[in-house]
Design a protein around this ligand. Structure first.
Ligand code: 5GP
Length: 208
């Protein structure tokens, strides 16, 4: 059996640009990990495709999956559920393929409890004023929702200490490059490869 893939958790405050950096990361062919499409109960935005951007579901459907234990993590965020379906993640990791989650902070902390050997990457805004500008510029949320998101961002930034890496989103291509390098380097950690070498040491017969 191949070694299990790495679970990569890419997170950070709302509006910091997680989605944009994630798209940049996946826009080039030089990555070997797969994106786990999240499920949400929030309304579909123009241009979004069901099954590509999110699996758009009703609250009833979502709650049913929670009850059945089929979510790796989920959070209620600004009035809607967001979560990671468990089966896809497990099946992909079992094939030895890394899985990339882009999720908000509460969900990331749940994953940390369940999968402590995941790679936890926190995307930070250069500063909060810029974050606010970006949310307004995106034009997808009302003033009230933006205010809620900024409040939440303040709380979330202090949770950075729970993560392994902090990446500043000062320039999208650069942030994407940093994330890719982190993932690549994680594969070289001794604790991740030692099993393979222990097996080799045990199985290799010395030829005399
Ligand atoms: P948006 O509504 O802007 O697409 O997403 C709102 C927030 O939910 C973002 O911070 C996004 O990263 C987060 N999010 C997306 N998918 C998931 C998920 O599966 N689980 C959790 N916990 N958060 C998610």
């Amino acid at each position: 059996m191949s070694e299990r893939g790495l679970l990569i958790v890419f997170s950070g405050p709302s509006g910091v640009g997680k989605g944009t950096v994630r798209q940049e990361i996946f826009s080039t062919p030089d990555h070997k990990f797969e994106y786990s499409v999240s499920m949400t109960t929030r309304p579909q935005r123009p241009g979004e495709v069901d099954g590509v951007d999110y699996f758009f579901r009703t609250r009833e459907e979502f709650e049913e999956l929670i009850k059945k234990g089929q979510m790796l993590e989920y959070a209620e965020y600004v009035g809607n559920y967001y979560g990671t379906p468990l089966t896809y993640v497990n099946e992909t990791l079992d094939k030895g393929i890394d899985v990339f989650l882009e999720i908000e902070v509460q969900g990331a902390l749940q994953v940390k409890n369940k999968v402590p050997d995941g790679v936890f990457i926190f995307l930070t805004p250069p500063d909060l004023a810029e974050l606010q500008e970006r949310l307004v510029g995106r034009g997808t949320d009302s003033q009230e929702v933006i205010a809620q998101r900024i409040e939440k961002a303040k709380e979330e930034i202090s949770l950075m200490r729970e993560y392994d890496y902090a990446v500043v989103n000062d320039f999208v291509p650069l942030a994407a490059e940093r994330v890719k390098r982190i993932i690549e380097t994680e594969h070289f950690r001794v604790e991740r490869v030692i099993g393979r070498y222990d097996k080799m040491i045990k199985e290799t017969k010395v030829v005399r």
